[in-house]
Design a protein around this ligand. Structure first.
Ligand code: TYD
Length: 215
């Protein structure tokens, strides 16, 4: 953990249903008197939101995509996330670097080593204790079979570049998340997203309570 701030990211394939749970968790932390910064990636700053529009709508090769999401992340970390953690906020971030490993790495097959290098470059931060690579304190992975996610998404809205990908793409994205979980198991909590909304919420709450961040 960094100072008194808490950094929680939320991940999953498109259609896994993160959004309502992030909003609900924000309310619970706020009710405990915590300042909450709710944000998202790609995005979270004016510049990063512009990059988000490019990444989500314009066709580009996988390296360009990876560089743009990391550029957006750099700005987001410097302008929003690091200052919020330094103030002691709870930062709730809808996606972070695991999404890059899952989508650009798993989904699009971009080189894992290069992503690892970019992660270290972009996320190295300095605190009173010295330099370290910023990672979420907890990553909630809403895991769902791609076929079920596709059924949920069908007809919901006009799909962006990723949402219109076939089920096989999301199978690779899911495998990308699984690989990240296995490489950093302490940081990850996998939640079975193919349950009722109430059951998913109970699992999420229990995960946060286990870490003693909520009573
Ligand atoms: P998402 O978080 O699902 O937002 P919304 O609910 O508004 O659609 O959309 C973000 C998309 O961007 C999602 O398809 C995953 C993708 N993405 C990447 O490909 N790489 C990344 O590094 C990040 C953060 C997101």
């Amino acid at each position: 953990m960094s100072n008194n701030g808490i950094f929680i990211s939320f991940e999953g394939i498109d259609g896994a249903g993160k959004s309502t749970h992030i909003d609900a968790l924000k309310q619970i932390f706020a009710a405990q008197g915590r300042a909450v910064t709710q944000t998202r990636e790609p995005g979270g700053t004016p510049l990063a939101e512009k990059l988000r529009t490019l990444v989500l709508l314009d066709p580009m090769d996988a390296m360009t995509e990876a560089l743009l999401v990391f550029a957006a992340r750099r700005d987001h970390l410097q302008q929003v996330i690091e200052p919020a953690l330094a103030r002691g906020d709870v930062v709730l971030c809808d996606r972070f670097t695991d999404a890059t490993f899952a989508y650009q790495g798993g989904g699009r097959g971009f080189d894992h080593e290069t992503l690892t290098y970019l992660e270290r470059l972009v996320q190295t931060t300095r605190t009173l204790e010295g330099f370290f690579v910023r990672q979420p304190d907890l990553t909630i992975w809403f895991d769902l079979a791609p076929q079920i996610a596709a059924e949920r998404l069908a007809g919901a809205r006009v799909p962006d570049k990723f949402e219109s990908q076939p089920v096989e793409f999301f199978a690779r994205v899911r495998a990308g998340y699984q690989a990240r979980l296995e490489s950093q198991p302490k940081r990850f909590a996998r939640i079975e997203a193919d349950q009722s909304r109430t059951a998913v919420w109970q699992d999420l709450l229990a995960t946060v309570q286990q870490r003693k961040w909520l009573p």
